[in-house]
Design a protein around this ligand. Structure first.
Ligand code: SF4
Length: 457
């Protein structure tokens, strides 16, 4: 007698916000798949749609509300989760049809809400469905993966509401983080992007407790984490690229620079400086706000000349004077950062900065933003021009179709480029058979303000 196996219920997912939110979406989907759910690529095929929202800036909130509205219109059965989940009342007032609202990192609550909205199919062979232990759901391409090491933050930067939304720093166990990384690398990840709100504070909340990993004692600490990640190997025997994001320049960060010089981890640090003028940093209440940063950058470059420093800056913070802004531009001339993102200050509901005096007029913000971007583009152009003629390893993100002459182009990134936020390396004439995730040596032929151009060496 044939036993009918019921079809799996399908979940659709709309994921908004930063890489950290993307990791949350991946975790939720992994868990749901373990419970027997299938994924739906469109609204029509989904039994229920999850919208993972971002509530950081007012513009992100608007985007989140628009996404909820679209999911309701297209499907009707919608569960809201993520940072905006903390504003359940606002969401319910606007969209009374929403089935459930859960906050950021409430994995259990969101999974339970899905179970309620679309109870999982129960069949006699449900337990025989392969469980996703080695095939976790990933929303990023298979060749790179975000590795989230902690949640929350112990700081109180005046423009930020993350600590209110996500709570105090809570570090994951280092052995669990390393196991996850090992699984990702075994499954095809060639590049690990370490993320958190404050990577250099990893383990402070648990006093850097020791765990055992591969028979060795490892501390819950950024340096130990970096060293162990650098020893992982892909099935082909290669070391994955390991990129550290959201690192504050605390003195102990000096210890990871030699690991970069040894080639154990990628020579790249993403440090969100946000400003340079002491007055503004003080008003922003930024951590690791010390005068010696320029000296530290210099000494890091002496140890590891190829290090790439990426950062982001906010212009037009309340009270920022023309003098402060000029200080920032002069500081950038000295610091010679490789990659810079710029933001115009935007008040975030609930942030302390909103009550500060002397707001900067929008037109002044805009003018400063343009000057910042001009300055950083000129620095970047000169730095990239110096790479012309060199041969650099490049990870391939995308391979194109042959053009009318049969030439195939590809897009990749050097070690100086994190996905989505930095530049690209455009390749001409790549061999057929090249695929995303391949790491190739590329001779750099040309450069512009943000990208490189080259050919496989
Ligand atoms: S360090 Fe500052 S900006 Fe970053 S999450 Fe913490 S409070 Fe927000």
């Amino acid at each position: 007698m044939a036993i009918e196996i019921p079809e799996a219920r399908k979940v659709g997912m709309v994921s908004l916000g930063c890489p950290k939110a993307l990791v949350d979406s991946e975790r939720i989907l992994t868990r749901l798949r373990a419970d027997g759910y299938a994924m739906s690529a469109d609204y029509a095929g989904a039994d229920v749609v999850l919208v993972n929202t971002c509530g950081f800036l007012d513009s992100a909130k608007e985007e989140s509300l628009a996404a909820i509205g679209e999911a309701i219109a297209e499907n009707g059965r919608v569960i809201v989760t993520g940072c905006m989940g903390n504003e359940a009342e606002l969401i319910r007032a606007k969209f009374p049809a929403v089935l459930a609202v859960t906050g950021a990192h409430q994995y259990e609550a969101v999974v339970e809400a899905v179970h309620e909205a679309a109870p999982p199919s129960q069949g006699p062979f449900v337990d025989l469905i392969p469980q996703p232990s080695d095939a976790d759901i990933k929303l990023t391409p298979r060749h790179y993966s975000y590795l989230k090491i902690s949640e929350g933050c112990n700081h109180a930067c005046a423009f930020c509401i993350i600590p209110q939304l996500r709570g105090k720093l809570a570090s994951r166990r280092i052995d669990a983080v390393l196991r996850e990384a090992e699984k990702l690398v075994a499954a095809g990840t060639k590049e690990l992007l370490v993320i958190s709100q404050d990577t250099s504070a990893y383990g402070v909340d648990v006093r850097h407790e020791e765990r055992t990993w591969k028979g060795r004692a490892v501390r819950t600490h950024m340096t130990d984490l970096a060293r162990e990640l650098g020893q992982l190997r892909t099935p082909e025997g290669h070391a994955p690229w390991v990129r550290l994001h959201y690192v504050y320049p605390y003195p102990h960060v000096d210890a990871v620079i030699p690991l970069m010089a040894e080639g154990l981890i990628t020579p790249y640090l993403d440090i969100p400086f946000q400003h340079a003028a002491p007055n503004v940093l003080k008003a922003m209440k930024r951590p690791a706000n010390e005068a010696k940063v320029l000296e530290r950058l210099k000494s890091w470059r002496e140890i590891c000349p190829d290090i790439t420093i990426r950062s982001s800056f906010v212009v037009g913070f309340p009270g920022e004077t023309e003098e402060d802004f000029q200080y920032l531009l002069d500081w950038l001339d000295e610091a010679q950062l490789d990659r810079v993102g710029g933001f115009r200050f935007e008040p975030v509901a609930g942030a302390a900065a909103n009550d500060l005096p002397n707001p900067v007029p929008e037109a002044v913000k805009e003018e400063r933003y343009q000057r910042l971007m001009e300055k950083t583009a000129a620095i970047s152009a000169a730095k990239l021009a110096a790479k012309v003629g060199r041969t650099l390893p490049v990870i391939i993100d995308e391979v194109g179709e042959p053009d009318e002459d049969g030439d195939i182009g590809a897009t990749g990134r050097s070690q100086a480029d994190a996905p989505e936020i930095d530049g690209a390396v455009y390749l001409r004439n790549v061999p057929a058979g090249l695929k995303a995730g391949d790491i190739v040596q590329v001779e750099i032929e040309d450069a512009d303000a943000h990208d490189l151009f080259g050919v496989i060496a």
